[in-house]
Design a protein. Sequence first.
Length: 319
Amino acid sequence: MTGAGSGGLPEPSVFRRVLAPGKSPRTGAGTIPVVLESAFAVDAPVHVVAAALRHTRTVTGFLGATAERAPEAVGELLLAGDRFPVAVGAGDAADPDDAGGESVGVGTVLRADETGLRLRLDSPAVDGSALLEFRPEERTTGNRSRCEVHLAGDGLPEWLCGRVSACLAAVRELVSEWAPRPVVVGTALVEDGMLLAQQRRYPAHHAGSWELPGGRVEPGEGEPEAVVRECREELATEVVPLGRVGTDIPLSAGSGMSLRVWRARLAAGARPPVPVEHRALRWIELSQLVGLEWLEADRLLLDSLRRIMVAESGKHDPK
Ligand SMILES: Nc1nc2c([nH]c(=O)n2[C@H]2C[C@H](O)[C@@H](COP(=O)(O)OP(=O)(O)OP(=O)(O)O)O2)c(=O)[nH]1
């Protein structure tokens, strides 16, 4: 990978364009396949950057650059399996409403989680498939956390490079808007490959839905401390936080908060969790994960939660 300087946005000109060995330039519709390798730095923690990289409107708007056709993706953040239309051609990369070309391809999300965003672009105009990947990596110096986003692409049409650059500028803006948000911590408590979920009793619009134990981080409190306190209050037990899981999830428009999940285990000798404030608790097996009626925000974390459940159980993922 090639570093693109400290904090500078990668202009199309700084993308290293290399024809992949053994490949020859494809012809037609101005498509020259490009192998793209680049990196740029953002002054924000990786879980915030990874969230912005999967923001549906930003990614589909800039990369798809087609205003008329709504993406099939319905969530605020992209999920693996989502698909969206892509107008093929030059257009104005800075304007998501300017579709450019006339022919339409399809973008498919192959992965959208804390490890990054991986997309496939299928269109007759690119003569098959092109792959594009954004991979955020944390770089910590002292107590300052910044993120390096590595870009990789294979078989990219030339016109897509300008859109990638415009998309990254929009991601950067989103990051500066999201980074200072107050945080609600959620706890992914996994024991023997099973995840603890709790069913809300209130407010009315959340009652009956399932969520992870947690709540708002108090002023002056660290996130791991908030995880321990909330589990004491809600489950009457002691947990040990182990690290973050998934990307941040921006909570619904009015709240201005982000959900940030920590993985945890029960402390040695801790009492079994009981529902103090909630209607019910349930230890969820892998096969029950998707079918549960989760709060909408939690649904966007299921791929990441599945991964830690599989790792804990030592089983093969049947998905
Ligand atoms: N705790 C938690 N909150 C979640 C999850 N998913 C999700 O959308 N939320 C939302 C619901 C609420 O709008 C907000 C946090 O509310 P909360 O009621 O748990 O927070 P809290 O304990 O600090 O609040 P309070 O009851 O003391 O007033 O985050 C989740 O998995 N766990």
